[in-house]
Ligand binder design. Structure first.
Ligand SMILES: [Zn+2]
Ligand SMILES: [Zn+2]
Length: 321
């Protein structure tokens, strides 16, 4: 069976399963987050920046003037600090690191950041922390910073409600995050062989998504990777290819919530930003969705914006509103 058919079968299996943690319909419960008033909306506007994305290192920031979070810690902490300062973000407002899984490109600078900023916490599941301690030559003291979290159990950090959810990858434990701040929902799903049902649920809720678009199927198949590595990348516990990402976005975009997609974890060997944006734009355009590929800053129109995150440099700072 081809890998693509294998993935489709697995997706079909999961979509038949009843949702274990399906939440009550939107609006059924009171939002735990206060609405931002006009007076404080400027100071508390939500900002996003990526410091690097891909197999050489992943780290992003999301936050307001009073509270922020890092997503993964795979970029040199000196660069992260430098970029935070360059964008007038106070590192003391960053409460911690949301760790997606225990692969090197996501964890390699976690302890260095935590040790320099001991007020920060390391948010991840106990299973992912155990994997990190077992697989990496990192200080065991990293456990002192651990704030255990559990998938599908929302937790609050400052103005944010954060929920970790299952992704499909070959780390010790793998998760994406849905970060809610009042009306604004930002969902990140990276390092996942396919869109799991829970990722599907949280990605559909969001106006802003950071979604993996790791490889171009043809470039991977004909490229320099050995057979074993090719199989690993393309497996249902590997990474998303551009076309799968495009097809998923074409499914959720018509619902009308989605404003901007940060394409992340683009392979250096098996992808290019032009390929990723081109393939996804073609799929979305064929589905009748109006795409704006390079909108910086975000214009006030109704088109869907695609922004491929740079691999080894920082993205522009984006206001999420
Ligand atoms: Zn990775
Ligand atoms: Zn990984």
């Amino acid at each position: 069976m081809s890998r693509r058919r294998q993935k489709l079968r697995q997706q079909a299996y999961w979509s038949d399963q009843p949702g274990l943690f399906d939440l009550p319909p939107e609006g059924g419960t009171d939002s735990p987050m206060p609405e931002l008033s006009d007076a404080d909306s400027d100071a508390e506007r939500l900002q996003f920046i990526s410091f690097g994305s891909g197999s050489s290192g992943n780290c992003a920031y999301i936050g307001t003037a009073s509270c922020g979070l890092l997503i993964d810690a795979g970029v040199n902490n000196n660069i992260v600090l430098e970029q935070l300062a360059a964008n007038a973000i106070d590192v003391n407002t960053i409460r911690g690191i949301l760790l997606t899984h225990d692969h090197f490109d996501h964890v390699q600078y976690a302890y260095a950041i935590l040790r320099r900023h001991p007020h920060m916490r390391l948010y991840t599941t106990p299973k992912a922390l155990n994997g990190l301690l077992r697989r990496h030559n990192t200080s065991r003291r990293i456990a002192d910073y651990h704030q255990p979290i559990y998938k599908e159990f929302p937790f609050n950090v400052g103005p944010f409600t954060v929920t970790a959810f299952e992704t499909s990858h070959d780390g010790s434990d793998n998760m994406g995050y849905c970060i809610e701040a009042g009306e604004i929902v930002f969902t990140v799903a990276t390092d996942t062989g396919f869109i799991t049902p829970r990722a599907d649920y949280y990605l559909r809720k969001a106006q802003y998504v950071m979604l993996e678009s790791d490889y171009d199927e043809y470039m991977l198949r004909t490229g320099p990777y050995g057979a074993h590595l090719k199989a690993r990348v393309a497996s249902s516990t590997g990474h998303m290819d551009n076309a799968d990402t495009g097809r998923f976005l074409a499914q959720i975009a018509p619902e009308g919530r989605l404003k901007r997609v940060f394409l992340c974890h683009l392979s250096h060997i098996n992808n290019t930003p032009e390929k990723a944006v081109g393939t996804i734009t073609d799929i979305l355009t064929a589905a009748g969705i109006d795409v704006c590929p390079d909108a910086m800053p975000l214009p006030l129109d109704r088109r869907l914006h695609l922004l491929p995150l740079p691999r080894s440099t920082s993205s522009p700072l984006v206001i999420l509103s």
